[in-house]
Design a protein around this ligand. Structure first.
Ligand code: ZN
Length: 105
């Protein structure tokens, strides 16, 4: 984690590594790119949350699965065979202006 100062606003943000995609996301003053998934004890980037609105593809997330196994979380699967988000933490479904994300499966 490292602090970054915005040269324009003077606000500080911090870089965190997303446990799902491994990319960095920023959290700090006026910037909230992370999403806390309370029951899973993780904080992930907004992109992973929104892109996986219809569930998580288990085979794409070895690190997440390892983490969930370690903390003893049992996951549920939806009709498509994807991992369901914990109740109350589901990302919003895509709106017409935010087209459905197409993944390689
Ligand atoms: Zn991510």
């Amino acid at each position: 984690m490292c602090a970054i100062k915005d040269p324009k606003s003077g606000d500080y943000t911090f870089m965190f590594e997303c446990p799902m995609c491994g990319r960095g996301y920023r959290d700090g003053q006026h910037v909230y790119e992370g999403r806390t998934i309370g029951p899973w004890q993780i904080r992930i980037c907004q992109t992973c949350h929104v892109m996986n609105w219809d569930g998580i593809v288990e085979s794409h997330q070895p690190r997440l699965m390892e983490h969930l196994a370690k903390i003893g979380v049992k996951v549920d699967y939806n009709e498509s065979g994807f991992i369901k988000w914990p109740s109350g933490y589901e990302p919003p479904p895509p709106t017409p202006r935010q087209p459905r994300h197409r993944r390689m499966r």
